[in-house]
Ligand binder design. Structure first.
Ligand code: MG
Length: 363
């Protein structure tokens, strides 16, 4: 296969570094640029090790990256940066690249319709890198009636409900199944991450949230399933290893990545449990705001602020869901474009900060 060009947006993060490992193994890509935010030292080390032609620092903004994408028109752009800011970058990447590998859920959660519109205007392929959505993509056929996305339940899944109040950041950062960045590990414990994934799946596969079921599957071997019209269920199994969906996205429709190890089915229990509303209230919010992009943007923004406040010891673990719900309740109105979404994002952050301040005064 001829060498294709790739840009990695968020190269020093967990997905970015794993993508570099995969690219080194499959040897069919030339990495023409990688971006970093603050970790210049790691970026330089990685650039040297993996032959990255150009480093772009995004700490001051994304103009240089946008200019680069417009000039170079890469074959593939991998977007794996956290937060609302991934939305404008994803739109630019779709406009300029032949294929976009999307690991940033926020782009679809906040601006799903904008992403779909941009995709329709271009011939860009959009491939999800989230393990569950990659699994659905591999299983999908037109007669899908509903989906199953699985969840690990996060680090506090076996804690007593009344003890959740006392969970410290160090408790929550011990994810039982996946090795990931800090925010997504906290989001796994609240299952806000899975709420995002429900909305993400709605956008990617044109389904309603009511068609997407989530069950807790502690073994982490089944990533997703599709329920077909004729009574068939197809499941996707494999070890929880992000390098596999990354490789699939890079080499689709081929599978060039070689791992040759599979879960032992003699040992597998394949057990599933319902998601408890009392334990994971922030997850169920996603189903209530499905049709409202302003509230979806508030869901993300409030969560970002809360995760940061929790990591800094300003709020309790159980405050996260309460604050998000308050913020969503206060955000109203129609959003028409990116600039409206930016306003909602900013307003939601301010409200979340106010609620946090108020909480710290009263406790
Ligand atoms: Mg996932």
């Amino acid at each position: 296969m001829a060498e294709r060009t790739i840009v990695i947006v968020g190269m020093t993060g967990s997905i970015g570094t794993q993508a570099l490992e995969v690219i080194e193994k499959i040897k069919t890509f030339q990495i023409i640029a990688g971006t970093y935010h603050t970790n210049a030292e790691l970026a330089q080390k990685l650039a040297k090790k993996y032959n990255v032609s150009e480093l772009i620092c995004t700490a001051e903004g994304y103009e240089e990256l946008e200019g680069f994408l417009e000039r170079e028109k890469p074959d593939v752009t991998l977007v794996c940066i956290p937060g609302f800011v991934s939305l404008p970058i994803t739109l630019k990447a779709i406009e300029t690249s032949r294929r976009v590998l999307l690991a940033s859920k926020e782009a679809l959660v906040c601006g799903g319709w904008l992403v779909r519109q941009m995709k329709e205007k271009t011939s860009c392929e959009l491939i999800p890198l989230d393990s569950e959505h990659s699994a659905v993509m591999q299983l999908y056929e037109p007669s899908v009636e509903k989906l199953l996305l699985t969840s690990s339940g996060g680090a506090l899944r076996d804690w007593k409900l009344e003890e959740l109040d006392r969970a410290k950041p160090s408790d929550v950062l011990k994810h039982p199944v996946w090795k990931m960045g800090k925010r997504i590990t906290i989001d796994s414990a609240t299952m806000v991450n899975k709420g995002f994934e429900v909305l993400e799946a709605c956008e990617l596969f044109q389904l309603r949230a009511s068609q997407i079921e989530v069950l807790i599957h502690k073994e982490g071997l089944v990533h997703a399933a599709v329920f077909l019209r004729d009574g068939t269920i197809k499941m996707h199994l494999g070890f929880p290893d992000m390098r596999v969906p990354i490789a699939y996205g890079l080499t689709y429709p081929e599978r060039l990545y070689q791992q040759r190890s599979w879960p032992d089915l003699l040992e597998a229990q394949l057990k599933f449990e319902r998601v408890d509303r009392d334990r994971y209230p922030a997850f169920y919010l996603a189903y209530e705001i499905e049709k409202d992009y302003a509230k979806r943007t508030a869901y993300n923004a409030a969560d970002e602020v809360c995760v940061d406040a929790f990591l800094k010891g300003r709020i309790k673990f159980t405050d996260i869901a309460r604050i998000i719900e308050r913020v969503i309740g206060k955000i109203e109105g129609n959003v028409r474009d990116l600039s409206d979404l930016k306003d909602v994002d900013g307003a939601s952050r301010r409200i979340a900060e106010e609620v946090i301040e108020w909480l710290s005064c009263t406790s």
